[in-house]
Ligand binder design. Structure first.
Ligand code: ATP
Ligand code: FE
Length: 349
C-alpha cells in the first residue's frame, strides 16, 4: 500500500513513493537551475517551474518504483509553510491525483517533514522520542524538541536571518556564486578561522534563539574598506573561515542551551541544507558527545528539501492510527508546527 508524496515549498520540485512501512521505493528531485543565475529564488518563476516539472517527475518516480498511479493508496503534499505559489501548485497536483483515484490526501507541514526524517526506518529505526532537531536551511533556523508524532516544542528560532541565508549573503559579499554555502565552505578551507575577530550573536544568552544580522554586518564592515571586487584570495578565504567558525560556534552554543531546555533528548539531530557544513557537524558532534547522546546527520539528500520526508511525516500519522483526509485544506505560507491540521479554505478567510 504505497504512498506518493510531493514537495514544492521553495525551489525544488520533489516526488517520492514510500511503502507503508517507510521503505523508500523511489524518489526524485528537480532543482530549479534558473535561480542560480538569478542569484536567489523568484517566487513567481519557482511556481511556474514546479508546474512544468511535476507531470514528468511524478511519472518517472512511479516508473522507477515499477508502479502505476492506481497502485498508490494515499497522496501527501507539502501544504505549508513556504512560498504560496509553489505550495498551491504541488498540493493541488497531489489533491487532483487523490480525487481522481478516490484516495485520501494528507496535508503535511514542511518543518514536520524535516524534523521527522531521522526516524525513517532506513536511517535510524531505533531513534526514540523525545529528541532534539536543529533545523538550519536557507529559509529556516530553529530548534525543535520532537516529543512524539504531532507533538513538537519549538524551543527557539532566529530573530532575523536563517543560517543558510547568512551563508548566502556573506558568500555574495565575497563575490561567490549562489547558493553561497557550499562555495563559502570550499573557500574557507584555504583560510584561517582565527584571522578575524567576529561577533557571536546571542552566544551564552538564555534560551535558544538565533541571530545572524550582526555577524553579517560585521563581515560587511571588514570587506568594505578593502574594496569588494578586489579582495585578495587569501583575505577572502580568511574571512570565510572566520565567519564559518563564528556560525558554528553560535549554533553549537544554541544547541547546548536547547539540550538544557530539553534534557531528556535521546539524540541531537541536524536537518536542512546547512547540515552539509563539516565545521558545523564537528561542532554539533562535540555538543552531543558531551551530553552522551548520539549526533545524527541524515544523508544530505534527505537534509535538503525532498519528498521522502513529506511522505514519511504522513506515514507517521497513519502509523499513529490517524486516518487523515485533508482534501479541503488550503495551503498556508505560514503554518506553526504546533497547529495540527491546517484550516480549510473557507475557515482561513
Ligand atoms: P528551506 O529553507 O525551505 O528548507 P532551502 O532550499 O532554502 O529551503 P535547503 O535546500 O535545505 O534550504 O538548504 C539550502 C541552504 O543551505 C542554502 O542557504 C545554502 O547556502 C546552505 N548550504 C548548503 N551547503 C552548505 C554548506 N556546505 N555550508 C553552509 N551552508 C550550506
Ligand atoms: Fe526545507
Amino acid at each position: 500500500r504505497p504512498l506518493l508524496a510531493i514537495e514544492s515549498s521553495c525551489d525544488d520540485t520533489a516526488c517520492a513513493v514510500l511503502a507503508h512501512d517507510g521503505t523508500i521505493l523511489a524518489e526524485g528531485v528537480v532543482s530549479q537551475k534558473d535561480h542560480a543565475i538569478l542569484g536567489g529564488v523568484v517566487p513567481e518563476i519557482a511556481a511556474r517551474a514546479h508546474l512544468d516539472a511535476l507531470p514528468h517527475l511524478v511519472q518517472s518516480v512511479l516508473n522507477k518504483a515499477s508502479l502505476s498511479l492506481k497502485d498508490i493508496d494515499a497522496f501527501a503534499g507539502t501544504t505549508g509553510p513556504g512560498l504560496i505559489g509553489g505550495l498551491i501548485v504541488g498540493s493541488s497536483y497531489a489533491k487532483g491525483l487523490a480525487l481522481a483515484l478516490n484516495r485520501p490526501f494528507i496535508a503535511v507541514n514542511h518543518i514536520e517533514g524535516h524534523v521527522l526524517t531521522a526516524r525513517l526506518p532506513a536511517l535510524n529505526a531505533s531513534l526514540q522520542f523525545p529528541y532534539l532537531t536543529l533545523l538550519v536551511s536557507g529559509g529556516h533556523c530553529q530548534c525543535v524538541s520532537v516529543e512524539e508524532t504531532g507533538k513538537y516544542i519549538r524551543l527557539g528560532g532566529t530573530i532575523d536571518d536563517a543560517a543558510g541565508e547568512a551563508f548566502d549573503k556573506v558568500a555574495k559579499m565575497l563575490g561567490l556564486g549562489w547558493p553561497g554555502g557550499p562555495a563559502l565552505e570550499k573557500l574557507a578551507s584555504e583560510g584561517r578561522d582565527d584571522a578575524f575577530t567576529l561577533p557571536r550573536p546571542l552566544k551564552g544568552r538564555e534560551g535558544c534563539d538565533f541571530s545572524f544580522s550582526g555577524l553579517k554586518t560585521a563581515v560587511n564592515r571588514l570587506i568594505e574598506p578593502l574594496g569588494k571586487g578586489a579582495l585578495p584570495r587569501q583575505i577572502a578565504a580568511d574571512i570565510a573561515a572566520s565567519f564559518q567558525r563564528a556560525v558554528a560556534d553560535v549554533l553549537a552554543d544554541r544547541a547546548e542551551h536547547a539540550l538544557a531546555m530539553a534534557p531528556h533528548s535521546t539524540a541531537l539531530v541536524v536537518a536542512g541544507g546547512v547540515a552539509a557544513n563539516k565545521t558545523l557537524r564537528a561542532a554539533l558532534e562535540k555538543v552531543a558527545s558531551a551530553h552522551n547522546i548520539p549526533f545524527i546527520a541524515p544523508p544530505l539528500r534527505l537534509c535538503t528539501d525532498n519528498a521522502v520526508m513529506i511522505g514519511w511525516a504522513a506515514l507517521e500519522r497513519l502509523h499513529a492510527g490517524e486516518e487523515p483526509n485533508e482534501i479541503e485544506t488550503a495551503p498556508r505560507p505560514r503554518w506553526p508546527l504546533n497547529e495540527r491540521t491546517p484550516p480549510n479554505a473557507t475557515q482561513q478567510q
